[in-house]
Write a protein that binds this ligand. Structure first.
Ligand SMILES: Cc1cc2nc3c(=O)[nH]c(=O)nc-3n(C[C@H](O)[C@H](O)[C@H](O)COP(=O)(O)OP(=O)(O)OC[C@H]3O[C@@H](n4cnc5c(N)ncnc54)[C@H](O)[C@@H]3O)c2cc1C
Length: 401
């Protein structure tokens, strides 16, 4: 039997971040995950926006981890084939496996990584027991369940998943390459849907190293033939769905595999229990279209590791009243509610029918156009949508190191 203060089950974004934070705080921690190196997985591929970066900053890891990512610097906002705005932008592109590797690099003693799978967990208001697949047992004061979508261990504890929206959206990830020219004329671009009937809220193009990565989202059923068409003839299918995208990108091709991933929106139930706390996707998911899953992860982990765990360890026991303080934390509940509301409002504003949603779409279009025009007036030198090859020339962060 090994003894520790904190046992974290799952070394994805939430678990690895928590382990690095607790190690820095000098709290004995074991992080358990079956993969020594996180395998390729289509999940978040960029950390972006001031709010998300601020939330990442609260973990204390952002600065070092983002050195492995690619900063865009400017993002074009476009719709109907028109460039509406060229926003200064802080999108840091990084593939999920590289993100987890960079975070795990920050894990230092007294936090340790154990490469194994947890097969059993038993909790109480005093000590918790975990069993690994190799038979080893771990005794911890607290279990942090950060095992993402895997429901097996939660069921053992009587925690269930309530799906509030089945196949809420589908995300597609692929490499987007210029044809007949060395580079695209933009560092990054967000292109909004042309027609609600296409059921595409937007496509976002952003640099990851020397590649231009595309994340395309759609509100379609998982068996929609359109997804098969995207796999077989991605360029033709995309051009049919967003016919004026090419005006801005020029001719393009799709390289490599197309990753397609449906996402449910769910929340856990029965989680208020002694000895165990759920973070990240293990607690609740959101819709990838909102780009707020990592906001939830960083908020959960920062509040847990900065505020609650140090307070819980200061006194004996790990009763339900301690754990409940985390779930009722106003910073966490506000972030969860904001993200969840966005999952539904984004869908409505993208595909909702009727005059109200049509008006909302036009208001958003005019808002971007207005901001873009104002920016052009303020910075006349930035006004022409000048093809630039700065993206091609910008080396990947890792190449610069
Ligand atoms: C397609 C897609 C696109 C997305 N895009 C965005 C985006 O643009 N912006 C954004 O903010 N968010 C986005 N998200 C959401 C974001 O990726 C997730 O919220 C986040 O990755 C969740 O991290 P996690 O650590 O909770 O789960 P995971 O990363 O899934 O980690 C779970 C870990 O638990 C481990 N595990 C499972 N079972 C066991 C066991 N029995 N024992 C030990 N370990 C175990 C697994 O090996 C894994 O390492 C996206 C999600 C998807 C699916």
């Amino acid at each position: 039997m090994r003894y520790t203060d904190i046992a974290i089950i799952g070394g994805g974004l939430a678990g690895s971040t928590a382990a690095a934070m607790l190690g820095r705080a000098g709290i004995p921690t074991l992080l358990i995950d079956p993969h020594q190196v996180y395998p390729f997985d289509f999940r978040v591929e960029k950390i972006s926006g001031d709010l998300q970066l601020e939330r990442f900053g609260r973990t204390g890891l952002a600065e070092s981890v983002l050195r492995s990512a690619t900063l865009d610097g400017e993002n074009w906002i476009a719709r109907f084939g028109h460039l509406l705005d060229r926003q200064p932008s802080r999108q840091y592109g990084i593939m999920y496996d590289d993100l987890i590797a960079a975070i795990r690099n920050e894990i230092a003693g007294p936090a340790e990584f154990i490469c194994n799978k947890v097969v059993d967990v038993a909790t109480s208001s005093e000590r918790q027991k975990i069993v690994l697949s190799r038979g080893e047992e771990i005794s911890a004061r607290l279990v942090v369940l950060a095992n993402g979508l895997n429901v097996g261990l939660r069921r053992m504890l009587g925690i269930e998943r309530l799906v509030t929206s089945h196949c809420h959206s589908i995300s597609l990830g692929f490499d987007f390459v210029p044809v007949g020219r060395p580079a695209f004329p933009f560092a990054a671009m967000t292109y909004f849907s042309e027609r609600p009937s296409d059921r595409i809220p937007y496509i976002t193009l952003f640099p990851v190293g020397n590649r231009m990565r595309a994340n395309l989202f759609t509100y379609r059923p998982a068996d929609d033939p359109w997804l098969r068409a995207m796999r077989r003839n991605p360029v033709e299918t995309l051009n049919a769905a967003l016919p004026r995208l090419r005006r801005l990108t020029g001719e393009f091709d799709v390289a490599g595999d197309i990753k397609i991933r449906p996402a449910d929106v769910y929340v856990s139930t029965g989680y208020r229990q002694a000895g165990v706390v759920l973070v990240g996707d293990a607690f609740a998911s959101t819709c990838p279209v909102t780009g707020t899953g990592t906001d939830k992860v960083f908020t959960d982990v920062a509040q847990l590791c900065n505020v609650h765990i140090p307070a819980w360890l200061a006194t004996d026991g790990m009763g339900e009243e301690k754990i409940t303080a985390f779930y009722d934390d106003p910073v966490k509940t506000e972030c969860d509610a904001w993200s969840n509301a966005k999952a539904y409002s984004f869908r409505e504003i993208s595909i909702g029918s009727g005059p109200y949603w049509q008006a909302q779409r036009w208001a958003r279009f005019l808002g971007y156009l207005g901001r873009g025009s104002l920016r052009r007036l303020q910075r006349p030198q930035a006004s022409p949508a000048r093809p630039a090859d700065h993206f091609r020339q910008r080396p990947h962060a890792a190449d610069r190191a």
